[in-house]
Design a protein around this ligand. Structure first.
Ligand code: GDP
Ligand code: MG
Length: 744
């Protein structure tokens, strides 16, 4: 805006000034250079009209130069429009001025008055460009047009004022060209000045209506509107005022009467009159209102004026849509400020905590979010719904979309954080409870622990998810996230149960190892007695023989594994392991048990161990007689014979011990049957730590024969050699002691 605007009533085109005080006398809306003053909105704000919605009225005044228009307005509305000085009688400025009614009280709220100056160019021989433009502007915006006219001009059909009316009618047609459905009408309010009183107002009215009809028929009407009547667009009202200077008191009181008509009114349905005889109440009929919300008036007027100045066809519906778009965007920005103030800090907090790797669960997020959203949308609705419905609906959806997207991102990240925190808390709680249970002696119910913690964790998450729900907003239903969370807890539970199974398996395996250590050690120790066949049997059992050592080992093994299996099964069932999981656990247990047995046997037949056992076995046979009495060697004794028998008997153990064979079948135990087929539920990790078993795991290239071979051929021979050396030593010693006994 580079023109000069006067915001005060001097009409001299002083520079624009947005200072509040400068609006005291109104504002120049259009200046003499036909420029629009964008400060109008500020003026409307200053006068509190902007916040009035539709509760305002716009009036324009028309009439020949120096007919006392400004004087009338100033008296009617307490305005301070520029009045030509009595002495100079000269006025050159053009422009449109606006001021708010200052005589509120008996009149309608928020009346805005436009004083159109310098319209009547024809009087001064100027072109009528400004006249047309300002008339069009006034018609597009105003509800009531006051036509100011001297009494003596009434009936002068050719008079300048009639030319002005012709212009008004013509430009009015333009408004309806693009918008034939337009339902708005205007009131032409004729104020007859210097009414002497000789001719009654009714007669003047009739004359004027005749003239108006004449003018109407004389104007050229655009295609489609040829048959339109003046009453299709205008209502008429009339008033007469006495001479201001000659009858000042009467003038004042009549102006007051006139002022009382500027209130809301309605149409008298029964009447068929075309003028104010059919109006009841005041002059402001709802159908005159242009339905431009006050806070959009300035922008709307600017758009209208732009179109008028550039001689474009005025398309009011389009202007209203443009206005709606502009204003809805503006309002959307405004209402988002509060939303932003509430939400941005949370977004920041969340982003920061995410960057730090510890996504935060924000307290009260749902409440803050829902409130901010509701306020934002409500504020938008309050202001923007006054504008073009279609535009408003679209912009509202856009706004909701925008703020919802932010909330959605915030909420989802929030739930992701809650999800993570929940899973961690759950895992930790279960682990802690298990630890506590172990400390307290291992009597804890894993399934119970899991169930309890799951319920607790789910409840917390559910509350969090539900606190985010916004009634009637579909996306804020986070049931799916809840279900995902529940599913994850189940997965974590399964994992924890698996770990628990592993712990159980390790405990049971340890137990098996320790039991095997005792039981198998015992069987091998029996070898040392050498009188396996005839020695004292233990606690009434069937007498053990050296020959059935593997039967006894196998039996002890089967019994220990059987017990371990039932321990494992009981415990696993107690924490609701699945059948598959139990079967895999048992399968692993059997395999590990066999390997443990194999290791225990290896330990027993380690060279030093087995050699000692053989020696004990041999010495027992050699040094003791059948009754278990130690022999005292005498030279007459068949030392050599006893030695040879004992030695051969002990040596007979070596092939027996070297292969795991059951006496019943003379074959190795059926490890394939013992281990059993691989169960369904075996997962890759389940096999990793398993030692292959010959003959069971076929692809291992090791046969059952090899698996059950305890001493290899070279080891066996080595053992025999060493044993013989050792036995020889014992024999020599015995011989010596026999001879020694004689010499003694
Ligand atoms: P405008 O150009 O139509 O706005 O007229 P103004 O209000 O500036 O008044 C022009 C002149 O007419 C001034 O000198 C006023 O004093 C005078 N005037 C104002 N009201 C009346 C009136 O009711 N009767 C007469 N005769 N003169 C008036
Ligand atoms: Mg004036």
């Amino acid at each position: 805006m580079n023109g000069h605007f006067a915001a005060v009533d001097n009409g001299n085109g002083s520079s624009p000034d947005s200072n509040a005080h400068s609006f005291e006398h109104g504002i120049q809306v259009i200046n003499e250079d036909k420029q629009y003053n964008t400060n109008l909105n500020e003026y409307l704000n200053e006068t509190h009209v902007a916040e009035a919605g539709f509760n305002y009225h716009l009036i324009s005044v028309f009439g020949s130069q120096s007919t006392g228009k400004s004087t009338l307005l100033n008296h009617l509305f307490g305005t301070q429009f520029s009045v030509m000085s009595e002495r100079e009688r000269r006025q050159t400025t053009k422009g449109i001025w606006m001021s708010k009614n200052k005589n509120e009280g008996k009149m309608a709220d928020n009346i805005l008055v436009m004083d159109v100056e310098g319209t009547d160019g024809r009087e001064r021989g100027e072109d009528q460009d400004f006249e047309r433009k300002s008339a069009l502007f006034a018609l597009a915006t105003s509800e009531v047009l006051i036509v100011n006219i001297w009494e003596h001009q009434v009936g002068l059909y050719q008079g300048a004022n009639m030319g002005l009316l012709k212009t008004v009618f013509e430009v009015n047609m333009q408004l309806f060209l693009k918008d034939k459905q337009n339902q708005t009408r205007s009131l032409l309010f004729f104020v007859i000045r210097d009414h002497i009183g000789v001719t009654p107002l009714a007669n003047l009215r009739n004359t004027l209506i005749q003239d108006l009809t004449h003018i109407w028929s004389s104007i050229s009407k655009p295609a489609g509107l040829e048959n339109s009547k003046i009453e299709d667009y205008f209502d008429f009202a009339f008033a007469a005022l006495p001479h201001k200077i000659l009858q000042p008191d009467k003038f004042i009181s009549e102006v007051q009467n006139l002022g009382s008509r500027f209130i809301a009114g309605h149409r008298n349905k029964d009447s068929d009159a075309t003028d104010d005889q059919e109006l009841t109440g005041g002059v402001f009929l709802p159908e005159y209102h242009r339905r431009i919300p006050a806070d959009g008036l300035s922008i709307y007027a600017e758009g209208i004026w732009d179109q008028i100045v550039s001689n474009k066809d005025l398309d009011l519906p389009t202007q209203q849509e443009l206005l709606a778009q502009f204003r809805c965007d503006e309002i959307a920005r405004e209402v988002q400020i509060a939303f932003d103030a509430a939400i941005a800090p949370l977004e920041e907090q969340q982003a920061e905590s995410t960057r730090a790797g510890k996504p935060a669960v924000l307290p009260n997020l749902g409440q803050i979010g829902a409130e901010a959203r509701e306020k934002c949308v409500k504020n938008f609705e309050t202001q923007a719904s006054r504008y073009h419905k279609g535009v408003y609906t679209t912009k509202r959806a856009e706004l909701e979309d925008k703020i919802d997207n932010r909330l959605k991102a915030l909420y989802q990240a929030h739930l992701t954080a809650a999800h993570k925190a929940g899973v961690t808390a759950f895992s930790e709680a279960v682990a802690n409870a298990v630890k506590a249970g172990q400390k307290a002696g291992g009597a804890y119910e894993f399934a119970e622990i899991v169930e309890k913690q799951k319920t607790k964790t789910l409840e917390i998450f559910k509350k969090e998810a539900q606190s985010l729900a916004i009634p009637g907003v579909a996306w804020s239903n986070f049931k799916p996230q809840y279900l995902i969370f529940e599913k994850e807890l189940d997965e974590v539970s399964a994992r924890l149960r698996k770990e628990e199974m592993r712990r159980l398996a390790i405990r049971v395996e340890r137990w098996v190892k320790s039991r095997l250590g005792d039981a198998i050690g015992l069987e091998f120790n029996k070898l040392g007695s050498g009188r396996g066949g005839s020695g004292a049997p233990e606690s009434g059992e069937k007498p053990a023989t050296e020959k059935d050592i593997w039967d006894r080992v196998w039996k002890a093994f089967i019994s220990i594994v059987g017990e371990a299996e039932s321990r494992f099964t009981d415990r696993a069932k107690s924490f609701e392991a699945s059948d598959d999981e139990v079967q895999v656990g048992l399968w692993r247990l059997r395999r590990k048990s066999w390997v443990a047995l194999r290791e225990k046997i290896e330990e027993e037949v380690m060279e030093s161990n087995i050699l000692m056992k053989l020696r004990e076995n041999f010495e027992d046979k050699f040094r003791y007689d059948e009754d278990g009495v130690p022999r005292i060697w005498r030279p007459s004794d068949d030392i050599e014979g006893i030695y040879t028998r004992a030695r051969e008997s002990t040596l007979g153990l070596v092939p027996l011990l070297s292969r795991f064979r059951l006496t019943s079948t003379s074959a190795p135990p059926d490890l394939i049957e013992f281990v059993g087929p691989q169960p369904h539920g075996v997962e890759p990790g389940d096999e990793e730590d398993l030692t292959p078993i010959g003959g069971v795991d076929e692809d291992e290239g090791k046969s059952l024969e090899e698996e059950t071979t305890i001493l290899s051929e070279p080891k066996k021979q080595d053992l025999v050699v060493r044993f013989k050396k050792m036995a020889d030593g014992v024999y020599v010693e015995a011989k010596r002691s026999a001879i020694g006994g004689i010499t003694q």
